[in-house]
Design a protein around this ligand. Sequence first.
Ligand SMILES: Nc1nc2c(c(=O)[nH]1)N[C@H]1C(S)=C(S)[C@@H](COP(=O)(O)OP(=O)(O)OC[C@H]3O[C@@H](n4cnc5c(=O)[nH]c(N)nc54)[C@H](O)[C@@H]3O)O[C@H]1N2
Ligand SMILES: Nc1nc2c(c(=O)[nH]1)N[C@H]1C(S)=C(S)[C@@H](COP(=O)(O)OP(=O)(O)OC[C@H]3O[C@@H](n4cnc5c(=O)[nH]c(N)nc54)[C@H](O)[C@@H]3O)O[C@H]1N2
Ligand SMILES: [Mo]
Length: 759
Amino acid sequence: MTQGRDPEFLAPEVLDQNLRVGRPEESAGGLAAVRVALTNSVQQMGVARAVSALLDVNQTTGFDCPGCAWPDPDNRSVAEFCENGAKAIAEEGTRARMTPELFAAHSVEELSRQTDLWLGQQGRLTHPMYLAAGASHYAPISWGDAFAKIGERLKQLASPNEAVFYTSGRTSNEAAFLYQLFVRLLGTNNLPDCSNMCHESSGVAMTQAIGTAKGTVSLRDFDSADCIVVIGQNPGTNHPRMLRTLQDAARRGCAIISINPLAEAGLKRFRNPQELSGIVGNGTQLATHHLAVKVNGDVALLKGIMKALIQDHSSALDHEFIAAHTEGFGALDRDLQSESWEQIVAASGIAEADIREIAAVIARSKAMICCWAMGLTQHQNAVANIQEIINLLLLGGHFGRPGAGACPVRGHSNVQGDRTMGIWERPSSDFLRRLGAEFQFTPPRAHGYNTVEAIEAMHAGKVRVFFALGGNFLSAAPDTTFTARALQQCELTVQVSTKLNRSHLITGTEAIILPCLGRTERDMQQSGAQFVSVENSMGVVHASQGRLDPASPFLLSEPAIVAALAQATLSLNWAHFAANYDSIRERIARVIPGFEDLNVRVRGANGFELPNAVRDRREFLTPSRRAQFTVHAIPKLPVGAGQFVLTTIRSHDQYNTTIYGNNDRYRGIHAGRRVVLMNALDMIGQKFAAGDAVDIVSHHLGIQRRAKNFRIVAYEIPRGCVACYFPETNVLVPIDSVATASHTPTSKSLIVSIERVAQ
Ligand SMILES: Nc1nc2c(c(=O)[nH]1)N[C@H]1C(S)=C(S)[C@@H](COP(=O)(O)OP(=O)(O)OC[C@H]3O[C@@H](n4cnc5c(=O)[nH]c(N)nc54)[C@H](O)[C@@H]3O)O[C@H]1N2
Ligand SMILES: Nc1nc2c(c(=O)[nH]1)N[C@H]1C(S)=C(S)[C@@H](COP(=O)(O)OP(=O)(O)OC[C@H]3O[C@@H](n4cnc5c(=O)[nH]c(N)nc54)[C@H](O)[C@@H]3O)O[C@H]1N2
Ligand SMILES: [Mo]
C-alpha cells in the first residue's frame, strides 16, 4: 500500500548558490580543529553542558564517544576527543528540541522539503510520535499506546518473516543482545544492519581467508609496526584519533603508505592540537608514500606490489610461515606471473616504478599493519580487494606477531559489538545453539534478509512491519527512490531515534517514532544509574556511562524499549532486564564465548580484550586450519566513452547521513555539498569549467538514475574518476549492484555520465 507522500519529496536537489572552493589543506588538526570543536559544542550545548560532556568522553568512567570505533589508549589525556567526536557529541547534546508543537506546526510533506542539515538542527526528539494512516502530521502518542500498536501489528503477521528489524551500529551490547533475542523468539533472523553496507565485505573476506571476521591487531601493535598501509580510508575526518597513533609511529620512523585516489589532508601532516608544536608549528609528516590509485584500482595495484615483491625480493617472503600456515601460494604465484605490467599499470593508474618502490619498502618491513575502510568495501569486487590485502600480509607472515596484522577500521562506535551480540541475518549454528540452550527455545535457522534483500522484499510487498533500532535507513541505503517505495509498501514503520531524519518522513501506511536516550545521557532505571558496554574496532570491550541530563523526561533507554516491545508482542516479562543491565550482561556472559565474567571484567578501568585466535595464537580457524591465499582477476569496469567511475565519500562536516554543516574544510570546499570532484584534464575533455551546473546519471544494466544539480569542482583525482558526497548521491546506487558474497552496495564504484544543465 502506498499513501500520499511522494518519493519525489525525498530531499531538495538544488544548486548551491554560495559554493566557495579554495585549495585543499596540507595538514589536519591544529588550532582550527580545536576552534571548530569548541565553538560548535558551546553553540549547541551551552558552556556548562559542553565542558561536562567533553571532559567525560572516552574517559575510563565516562561515555564512549559516539563518533568512531577507534580504540582509546590506556594512558588517556584529559581531553580524549577530536574535532569530529566533539561534533557528534554536540549533535546529541544540543539544547534544541523537536517537540510535539514543532511536529504540529510542520506537515510531513513540509519537513520533507527541508535539507538534512535543517532536519538535524531541529534538535532532539522529545516524545513518542505517531503518524496515522493518511495523516499529514505526526501527533504525540503515549509509550503504552505505541507499544500496543507495534505489538498488535507484529502479532497479526502471517509469518514472523513479514517483519524486518534493522540495527545501526551505535546500539550498545546490552540493547543489541536483547533485541536479537526478541527477534529470534518472535521467530525470524531478519536482522539486517548498517554493517551490511559497511564492513560486511571485510568480514566475509577475512573469514574465508584467515578464519576470523575481526581485525588481528591491538592498538599496542601500532607501537612496534615498521610499516603501516592506510588504504581506502580517510582517518583525518572519520577516525581523527587515529592520527595520534600514526603520529607516534611516524616519529619512530615507521613507513606510512597511503593508497587513496585523493591526497587527503589527514594523511599528509598532523598538527596535534594537544602539543604546542601542533598549534604553532607545521606538525608531523604522516604518509611517507602516497599512491593516487584509480577508484577501484586496488586489486590491480596490490597484485602489482605482490608481483614485484616476489620477483625482486623473494628472500623477504616469510617462506617458513607460508609453508607451515598457508595454502594456495603456488596458485597465487602463477597468477601474478601471468599478470602483465601493462594491465596492472592501466587498471591501477600507478607507474611500474612507483609500484616497485613500494614493494621495496614492504620487503624491508618486519612488522606491517594494513588498515582499510570504505574505500575498499563498497565495490562489486570488495571481497577480492580485501583478500588481496590478506595475500600481501600473508606473504610476509604478518599475522600473529607483534606489530603486524589486518586492521579493518570500523565505522560506528559499536558496530563490531552488535555483530558479536548476534545482530546478523546469517547467525552461526553454534551461536543459535547456545542462545536456544540459555533461553530454552528453538531459534529460527533459516537465514534472514540483509539490508539489500530487506529492501527488495519490502518493495515486493513481502514485509509488513519495518522496525529500526537507530540509524537512518532511507538515506543510508542504496537507490533512495527504490528504497522509499519499498518503505511505503509496509503497513507500519517504526524508528527508535534521537534526532529527526528522513526515515521519519518516508514511511509505511502508519509510522511511529520512539525517542531514546543517547550515549551522553544519564540512564536511571529501577536499580539506579546504568552503564552499557561497547566493543571497539580492536575487540576491546568496555563500559560507557553518560552523565548529562536527558534531553527530555519522556525518553526511554534502548534496552527499556526492547524490553517493552517483547512484553507487548510476546507477553514476556523482561522488566528485570530493563531494571538492571547487569542481568542482561549475566546472560551475555553465558551465551557468547569470550564474555565470561562480563560483569566483573567490564568494570575494570580499561575493560578487557576479547580473544582472537589469529592475533593471540597464530591459529587460522578455516576448515583446513591454514590461511588461504586467494586468486582474483583484475576487475574490468564497463565504463563507456564519456563515462566516469564515481566514488561516494564523507565530507569533514557529516556523520553518515547526519549533516553537521556544508563545509569540507580539509578539501577546501565551503558552503556546498552538491559537488563533483573532477580532474582538470577531464574537465577540459568534457568542456566543463569550475562551477558548472551538472546532473549525474548512473548507468547500470541500461537503467538510468539521476541526481540533479551539482557543481563541478576541479580536484586532484585520477583521470576517469570522480567523487561526490553521500547521501546526496545514493539515488544513483543501483539496488541490484552489490559486492559478490557480501552483498554490500557498490557505492564506491558507480558508472556515471555527467550532463550539463542550463542554469
Ligand atoms: N566524522 C565522521 N566520522 C565517521 C563517519 C562519518 O561520517 N563522519 N562515519 C563512520 C562510519 S559508519 C564509517 S564506516 C567510517 C568511514 O570511514 P572512511 O572509510 O574513511 O569513509 P569514506 O569517506 O567513505 O572514505 C573512504 C576513503 O576512501 C577513499 N576511496 C574512495 N574510493 C576508493 C577506492 O576505490 N580505492 C581506495 N584505495 N580508496 C578509495 C576516499 O578518497 C576516502 O578517503 O567512518 C566512521 N567515522
Ligand atoms: N553512498 C553511500 N552510502 C552509504 C555509505 C557510503 O559510503 N556511501 N556508507 C554506508 C555506511 S559505512 C554506513 S555505516 C551506513 C550508515 O547507516 P545508518 O547507521 O543507518 O545511518 P546514520 O546516518 O549513522 O544514522 C543516523 C541516525 O541515527 C540516530 N541515532 C543517533 N544516535 C542514536 C542513538 O544513540 N540511538 C538511536 N536509537 N538512534 C540514534 C539519529 O536519529 C540519526 O538521525 O550508511 C551506508 N551508506
Ligand atoms: Mo559504516
